[in-house]
Design a protein around this ligand. Structure first.
Ligand code: AKB
Length: 319
């Protein structure tokens, strides 16, 4: 029986690394990558690739049938900062894509869906310290509103139609292989690249803005772990809080200085400061740890050591 996987939004920050990991695990032919535009030659040559607009249910259905897909990861999304510039487009992409795939799952065109939520579901009225799994959720961004609505749709399709949908509230995700785009936490990726290029880093958040973050390796592990868990272990069908570390721009700069002593950072907060200020400082992810044994492996020190070693070996990325 086929256990083929489709990734929608495979060319985004998480999609690229998720596709590579799933292809390693299951064989490239069993993992169909897709995006609205062509991916890198590496991704397109390594296994099947389809152009799909994630808001088109018809295009998704064609590919589900063509490859006999059983598992879908819907990774296409517009992130917080970009969605504040294009609210209608952000809402449309984030919601229409989700409602389309939920409907396809309801009609049994595939078995299991992964959909990423975000810590952006929380807002200024949520507790900032040890933000609980269940608490006040009054997000102030379009992205956050779309994620809260999406979580509730997931829960509804699970309880009403039995759809096996699983979701994680990602914190800011940091990687050295792929760049993010349009997020409020992106500074924590850019900072490593600028430091290694020998540049001063102009940070768009203020020095003491503490946000929850996670290294990509942990984020991919969590994603695969929740999808591999038995359905009975998934007790929450909105989305699970997920956490690894929390740090400020000042703290990440100090960590980088251990390797690049003359690294220098300046602070020029812009509109993204207000978004960051509405988000949690530290997240309580005990439900994920208890229900499906989630554990993180990287803290700020270990992540920084790994990123700097890898970027030094891959200087072609520093263009
Ligand atoms: C963003 O900054 O928009 C994302 C997120 C926290 O979901 N990284």
């Amino acid at each position: 029986m086929s256990n083929r996987i489709l990734i929608l939004g495979a060319c985004g920050q998480i999609g690229i690394e998720l596709t590579a990991r799933l292809r390693n695990m299951h064989g490239a032919d069993n993992v169909v990558a897709s995006d609205i535009r062509e991916g890198s030659p590496a991704m397109m040559q390594a296994g099947p690739f389809e152009i799909i607009d994630a808001t088109s249910k018809a295009q998704i259905l064609d590919v589900l049938k063509k490859y006999d897909i059983k598992i879908v990861y819907l990774m296409a999304a517009m992130l917080s900062a970009t969605a504040e510039k294009y609210p209608q487009k952000g809402w449309d992409l984030n919601m229409v894509s989700l409602l389309g795939v939920l409907d396809l799952a309801k009609d049994k065109h595939f078995d299991t869906l992964f959909w990423p939520s975000s810590m952006a579901v929380f807002g200024s009225t949520s507790p900032k310290m040890n933000t609980p799994q269940q608490t006040i959720m009054e997000p102030t961004t379009v992205y956050g509103i779309s994620k809260v609505a999406g979580e509730n749709w997931c829960n509804y399709f699970h309880s009403r139609y039995g759809v096996d949908v699983r979701s994680i509230r990602y914190p800011g995700i940091i990687s050295w292989k792929t760049l993010p785009g349009g997020g409020t936490t992106d500074y924590a990726v850019d900072i490593y690249f600028e430091a290694l290029k020998g540049n001063v880093f102009d940070c768009f958040l203020s020095e003491n803005t503490r946000l929850p973050m996670m290294y990509m390796d942990d984020a991919i592990n969590a994603t695969i772990q929740i999808m591999e868990a038995a359905s009975s272990q998934i007790k929450i069908r909105t989305s699970y809080n997920l956490s690894a570390m929390s740090f400020t721009p000042h703290e990440i700069a100090m960590e980088i200085r251990k390797y690049i002593p003359d690294f220098s950072i300046s602070y020029k907060p812009d509109y993204r400061q207000q978004i960051a200020d509405s988000w949690p400082t530290i997240i309580d992810d005990s439900a994920a740890r208890k229900d499906w044994n989630w554990k993180h492996h990287f803290d700020l020190a270990k992540m920084t050591e790994d990123i700097i070693a890898n970027l030094k070996k891959n200087t072609h990325l520093l263009v």
